[in-house]
Design a protein around this ligand. Structure first.
Ligand code: BMA
Length: 307
């Protein structure tokens, strides 16, 4: 369903002009007729920073000389980003680009929200979850006057499920509700989490998410799709039963963490295709092309239960 780009991986540590061990889990958006990629890299001390790359065609990227975002050096963000910033997602809202990211510190992992107008300067906006949250994607539209996000808290009783929360101002979030759970003895049985920000289609919001299965040889990260109601995104129309992508190529099977495909971004094109970006084995960046309506059919034709 996803056609891998023939020259994958499209970005590796060798393309980065400063010392890093990995290039992975990147957000990608179109900005001024270019593709902007904000990618995660492990520094050589094992902590993560975010870099930026640009492309004319969405396949060939050139990396900036300096990192785009490193842990904050002052204020409240300094305390909560001490161990690194990871796994960005970008959405365009009312003239600005908002970036959610995982902020790691001695207090755990939580999600930060930053914004930029030009991808040159970046302003931290707020820390929008407490600890034990990752993978926050914000919908690019409001619902009944409220912003909406998919998020992924961790709880012992209902492990690593996808929730939805709402906000009047992007800062204070509430009205939370669990909407998709991992399914037992299924490719996503151990944990699931939002991947790329939701994409609007005529039949619903397409949510590309990741699912994890534990094996005797470690965890396998795959991608799947779910469809949310256009007016009420807390209503799940369907969750596709089969995965849409699993680690198959060498660069997905072997790397910094083996057997991982992990997406933080996808770019819908005007011809009905979508470029899906994913990190391969937490080490390199990859891209593939799919037909959006086929992904929607995939949810509808053979769904599994959401909860
Ligand atoms: C998750 C996150 C991701 C990573 C994945 C596979 O828990 O840390 O950033 O890609 O594990 O290692």
């Amino acid at each position: 369903m996803i056609e891998r780009y023939k020259n994958n991986p499209i970005l590796t540590k060798n393309d980065v002009p400063y010392p890093v061990a990995t290039v992975h889990n990147a957000a990608v958006v179109k900005y001024n007729n270019k593709y902007i990629m904000i990618f995660r890299s492990h520094k050589l001390n094992g902590r993560s920073i975010l870099g930026k790359a640009e492309s004319e065609d969405g396949f060939n990227f050139k990396v900036d000389n300096e990192p785009f975002m490193i842990p904050a050096t002052e204020g409240i963000f300094k305390e909560y980003e001490e161990y690194g910033v990871e796994d960005p997602r970008i959405i365009f809202l009312e003239g600005e680009y908002f970036i959610t990211y995982s902020a790691y510190s001695r207090h755990g992992v939580r999600v930060g929200l930053a914004k930029t107008k030009d991808f040159k300067s970046i302003e931290r906006f707020s820390l929008i979850t407490e600890a034990d949250y990752r993978n926050v994607v914000i919908f690019p539209e409001k619902f009944n006057g409220l912003y909406a996000r998919l998020d992924r808290p961790h709880s012992e009783i209902s492990p690593w499920s996808v929730w939805i929360s709402y906000s009047p101002d992007l800062k204070f979030w509430g009205e939370s509700k669990l909407i998709i759970k991992p399914m037992q003895y299924h490719w996503d049985e151990m944990k699931i989490g939002p991947g790329a920000p939701p994409i609007k289609t005529s039949r619903g919001w397409l949510n590309i998410y990741h699912g994890v299965f534990p094996t005797m040889d470690g965890c396998v990260y795959r991608l799947g799709v779910a469809l949310h109601d256009l007016e009420d995104p807390s209503r799940i129309i369907a969750v596709g039963d089969d995965w849409i992508l699993q680690p198959e190529e060498d660069y997905e099977i072997t790397g910094y963490v083996h057997n991982v495909v992990f997406s933080c971004g996808a770019v819908p094109e005007t011809d009905g295709t979508v470029k899906i970006y994913w990190g391969g084995a937490d080490k390199v960046m990859c891209v593939g092309t799919a037909i959006l309506e086929e992904l929607v059919d995939h949810c509808l034709n053979n769904p599994r239960k959401a909860l």
